[in-house]
Structures are given as C-alpha cells and as structure tokens.
Design a protein around this ligand. Structure first.
Ligand code: ZN
Ligand code: ZN
Length: 136
C-alpha cells in the first residue's frame, strides 16, 4: 500500500512540473526513466485516483486520448486543431467568476441546476497559423 502512495506522489509531482497536458501514455514514457519498474496500468490507475480526489484535472481532448493537467487554478484551455497541443490561457479570478455566474444563469434559465463548467477553445495555435499561411 505504501509503495502505491509513493508512486502516486511521483506521478502527481511530475504532472505538476509540466504544462503540456500529457496523455497517460506520454506521462508513462517519461516516468519510466525515473521509475523503471512502473507499468502503464499503474499510471492509469493512479491518474484515475488523482482525478477522483480532485488533485488533477482530466481533459477530454479532440484527439481521443484523455489529457491530464496538474494545474488546479482556474484557467482556460486552447487546443490546436493542427498539432493538438493544449495551451493554458490565464484568466483573472474576477473574470472567471463573472463568466461562471453568466453560465450559471443560463443553466438556471433552462430549469437545470448548475454544478461545474470549463471553457475549451479550439483553433490554430500561433506556430501552426504561421505554417498554414506559408503553405497558401
Ligand atoms: Zn498548433
Ligand atoms: Zn491547463
């Protein structure tokens, strides 16, 4: 049992130290260097547990594979349709609250009860925008 908590801690720390929103598989490949004995199933299980306890966020990406985020402060995600990189967009707490209140109001307008929301933007990132323009 002790061993599992230690692994969970390592997974959590490695996720907190990066900003690229890796998939479980990418995280596993990087973790293997520090923890040669770790298996992919362990990574999946620990990620699920960390999500459940609210220590990390799971992001449903358009590529199909779930992505993970160790950053819990409110922020917006931008996924590039071309390279599928996920970027963080920082947002002030006041704006977050204003947007959330608006979404809550719209939810209540249809008679539903609000629980949670997140904003997910897709488009072309800075790097890919330049490439697309060159190709034209
Ligand atoms: Zn891109
Ligand atoms: Zn993020």
């Amino acid at each position: 049992m002790k061993k599992y908590s230690r692994q969970r801690e390592l997974i959590l720390n490695s996720l907190r130290n990066r900003t690229d929103h890796p998939t479980a598989e990418i995280l596993y490949k990087d973790l293997k260097n520090d923890m040669p004995g770790i298996g992919i199933a362990t990574v999946y299980r620990n990620l699920a547990e960390l999500c459940e306890s609210g220590s990390i966020l799971k992001i449903k990406s358009n590529t199909g594979a779930d992505r993970y985020d160790g950053k819990l402060q409110p922020h917006i995600h931008f996924e590039c349709n071309e390279c599928h990189e996920i970027y963080d967009i920082e947002i002030e707490e006041m704006s977050t609250r204003r947007i959330e209140n608006e979404i809550r109001r719209l939810t209540e307008d249809i008679g539903a009860e609000y629980a949670n929301s997140s904003i997910y933007i897709t488009g072309l990132c800075k790097k890919c925008k330049v490439l697309v323009n060159i190709n034209y």
